[in-house]
Ligand binder design. Structure first.
Ligand SMILES: Nc1ncnc2c1ncn2[C@@H]1O[C@H](COP(=O)(O)OP(=O)(O)OP(=O)(O)O)[C@@H](O)[C@H]1O
Length: 221
């Protein structure tokens, strides 16, 4: 099976008596083309789940598979290769490189490995409605436009998995809808397994499944 499969993952921070269980026996499967939302209060473990799903944090126990690859147990070098080639990250603020134009932001991830089948940057900018700003730098773009470029950048290398953390935090209602619909459309069109952490109940209508994280436990709504 391809996509993302998290099985019985527990993540405990700290040691001795001073420990926090950030993830408590969490299981989640996201199929290719499926868009999953994770809601939950602050400190409930949402970012921890994205970190584990993206191979940024190794869980205390359990399994994380992307496609046929088990992430738990991989060496740091293997994990970073897997992240570069198979996982797209989109953060709350788009984290664009200030000096680069939109089209160069998109080319950047493809320079970090030997990719044979990357997307065409101008075509992708066109798809996210940003072709007319291909030669603009981040300071010349609005928050929503920067988020669109950030999403396009995350999709350049055709990732199997897309992990999105609070993409609408800095956007108004209309822009929030546009940005999340864009993620939903790209997820479907390119068979990506996508997870979005959000506080924004208005945008979850674009998702195929909604889960809630409370005290490190994940339940489907
Ligand atoms: N590196 C760490 N060391 C110790 N505790 C941590 C660490 N990272 C997170 N935690 C704790 O784990 C729990 C889950 O944190 P996490 O950041 O995953 O929550 P969250 O749901 O993403 O919160 P928010 O919505 O505020 O971003 C919290 O109690 C947090 O304090």
């Amino acid at each position: 099976m391809t996509g993302l499969k998290i099985t019985d993952v527990t993540l405990v921070h700290g040691d001795g008596e001073d420990t926090v269980t950030a993830l408590d026996h969490v299981s989640l499967t996201v199929a290719p083309g499926e868009f999953v939302a994770i809601l939950g209060p602050s400190g409930s473990g949402k970012s921890s789940l994205l970190a584990v799903a993206g191979g940024l944090t190794t869980p205390t126990s359990g399994s994380v598979r992307i496609g046929d690859t088990e992430l738990v147990g991989l060496k740091a070098k293997e994990l970073s290769k897997l992240r570069r080639e198979n996982i797209g990250f989109v953060f709350q603020s788009s984290n664009l490189v200030p000096a680069l134009t939109s089209v160069d932001q998109l080319k950047l991830p493809t320079t970090f490995g030997k990719f044979t089948d990357t997307r065409d940057p101008l075509e992708l900018l066109e798809q996210v409605g940003m072709a007319h700003k291909a030669d603009k730098r981040p300071h010349q773009l609005s928050g929503g436009e920067r988020q669109r470029v950030g999403i396009a950048r995350a999709l350049m290398v055709r990732p199997q998995v897309l992990l999105v953390d609070e993409p609408t935090a800095a956007l108004d209602r209309a822009r929030s809808q546009e940005v999340v619909k864009l993620i939903a459309d790209e997820t479907k069109a390119h068979g990506v397994a996508s997870i979005m952490v959000t506080h924004d109940h208005d945008v979850i209508g674009h998702c195929d499944a909604v889960y809630e994280m409370v005290d490190g436990k994940l339940t489907r709504r």
